[in-house]
Design a protein around this ligand. Structure first.
Ligand code: CP
Length: 313
């Protein structure tokens, strides 16, 4: 089976079948990653450039590891220390790299739409590793994989995204994916951090009371306050944010049932989530990171020119 798309620019463009194919392929790669020899030759002779114009820890390392596990050749580009500081455009940078026979591009950029722009101008397959406040498709896919692994399915599950919905590409990609796969989705947080028309536009529930939101859900995906993307004061202080919207052990202990806690990272401990929640048995935060490698292997493999070869090939 093949994906319906040449690039992975966003979850918005994927069909339900595409998402199921990526998740089932990721399950096969997760099995590969449990073996003593964690490497398969699936992408031998394929060269992938990781273009990171914005900071990253998890996504960059996860993509690089996924590429190495697939036996691809990898090049890592970070904007700092490159000729971007001398005025080179995104398109010139990428065309120069592609002229060295690079097959695929993984890109993170602070500008929403940067990978979509690139996809119109270059022949290589592009994977969006996060663009501005638009989408972070592989994060949503690894979140979905982790929920499925923990709860058995996505259909009918109640997921709440908590926090800075307004500036979160993780939230938007999760909403698109979870709705396509039949989950019920709620967003919760202060009114200033939730877009006004989100309920009508994306068909999600909205809740401004954290306790009520957590009592409703099976899974809470807690998001970081994206201070780097806010150009105005949207809440009074981090301390007050924690008091009203911080996920604490006390709130969780008062709920009628145990819920699963997720966070895409990086965590701001003591702001959106307390340490005794992030590090507890209810948290699957590090499983999300682990699953990211298998999910990114699946995405790269399915978008590559070699996607007709076998995982065990
Ligand atoms: N979740 C995520 O995108 O983390 P990084 O910014 O560290 O890649």
């Amino acid at each position: 089976m093949q994906l319906s798309t040449k690039h992975l620019l966003g979850i918005k463009d994927l069909t339900q079948e595409d998402i199921s194919l990526i998740l089932s392929t990721a399950a096969q790669f997760k099995e590969v990653l449990q073996r003593p020899v964690k490497k398969v030759p699936s992408l031998r002779d394929i060269t992938i450039v990781n273009l990171f114009y914005e900071s990253s820890t998890r996504t960059r390392i996860s993509f690089e590891l996924a590429e190495k596990r697939l036996s691809a050749d990898t090049i890592n580009f970070t904007a700092s220390g490159s000729s971007v500081s001398k005025g080179e455009t995104l398109l010139d940078t990428v065309n120069n790299i592609l002229s060295m026979k690079v097959d695929m591009v993984v890109m993170r950029h602070s500008a929403s739409g940067a990978p979509h722009f690139l996809a119109k101008h270059i022949p290589a397959a592009i994977v969006n590793a996060g663009d501005g406040i638009n989408e972070h498709p592989t994060q949503a896919l690894l979140d979905a994989f982790s929920i499925k692994e923990k709860l058995g399915s996505l259909e009918g599950k109640k997921i709440v995204l908590v926090g800075d919905i307004m500036h979160s590409r993780v939230a938007l990609s999760n909403i698109y994916l979870l709705k396509k796969m039949g989950a019920e989705v709620m967003v919760a947080g202060p009114p200033t951090l939730i877009p006004k028309y989100i309920a009508e536009a994306l068909k999600v529930k909205v809740e401004y009371n954290l306790q009520k939101a957590l009592a409703w859900c099976d899974v809470a995906n807690v998001l970081r306050i994206q201070l780097e993307r806010q150009n105005q004061v949207l809440f009074s202080s981090l301390r007050e944010y924690n008091l009203a919207y911080g996920v604490t052990k006390k709130i969780l202990d008062g709920l009628p049932k145990e819920i699963v806690i997720m966070h895409p990272g990086p965590i701001n401990r003591g702001v959106e989530i307390d340490s005794d929640v992030a590090d507890s048995d209810r948290s699957i935060i590090l499983q999300q990171v682990e699953n990211g490698v298998a999910v990114r292997m699946a995405v790269l493999y399915l978008l590559s020119p070699k996607s007709s070869t076998l995982v065990n090939g």
